[in-house]
Design a binder for this molecule. Structure first.
Ligand code: RP5
Length: 169
């Protein structure tokens, strides 16, 4: 079952992952979305173990009200690309680092898409940035959300200023 994190609101972002073992990384995307007040759902959808579910999820996503999908997977990480093939929604891919190799396998599996089917790929284990990118995408049509994204950037700037002040003390 798809789990709305804010049951009173329709999810607008889908956070999906190839395995529940990816949650240790993908949790960061969910945390950011919660911080920005973006209703989202979390679901395990595997390109290889549940291919029918993947196709269904991708085809139904836009009709259910989702406006972006964040998809994380490791190893032979086909989930983000396959989802992008069956939906017109923006898909943000998160390469998840596994115990073997160093995550480069996941990164290359996600980033090397054929022309025509884009996936916006973030860094290895970059789920936090995936959440922030989803906030920016939604913010392009939501002034209040865009202002929260700007405030977040200002806060980062203030943190760097503060660190500089401490260095000089
Ligand atoms: C990928 O295989 C998943 O995204 C996960 O990163 C990896 C390993 O899955 P488990 O064997 O831990 O379920 O499809």
């Amino acid at each position: 079952m798809t789990r709305p994190l804010h049951s009173s609101e329709t999810p607008v972002v889908g956070v999906v992952m190839g395995s529940d073992s990816d949650w240790r990384v993908m949790n960061a995307a969910s945390e950011v979305l919660t911080e920005f007040g973006i209703p989202h759902e979390v679901e395990v959808v595997s390109a290889h173990r549940t291919p029918d579910k993947l196709i269904r999820y991708g085809r139904e996503a836009r009709g259910r009200g989702l406006r972006a999908i964040i998809a994380g997977a490791g190893g032979a990480a086909h989930l983000p690309g396959m989802l992008a093939s069956v939906t017109a929604l923006p898909v943000i891919g998160v390469p998840v680092q596994l115990a073997t190799l160093d995550g480069l396998d996941s990164l290359l599996s996600i980033v090397q898409m054929p022309a025509g089917i884009p996936v916006a790929t973030v860094s290895i284990n970059g789920a936090k940035n995936a959440g922030l990118l989803a906030a920016r995408i939604l913010g392009s049509a939501d002034t209040a959300l865009a202002e929260r994204v700007e405030a977040y950037a200002r806060d980062l700037e203030a943190q760097v200023d503060e660190k500089n002040r401490r260095l000089k003390d």
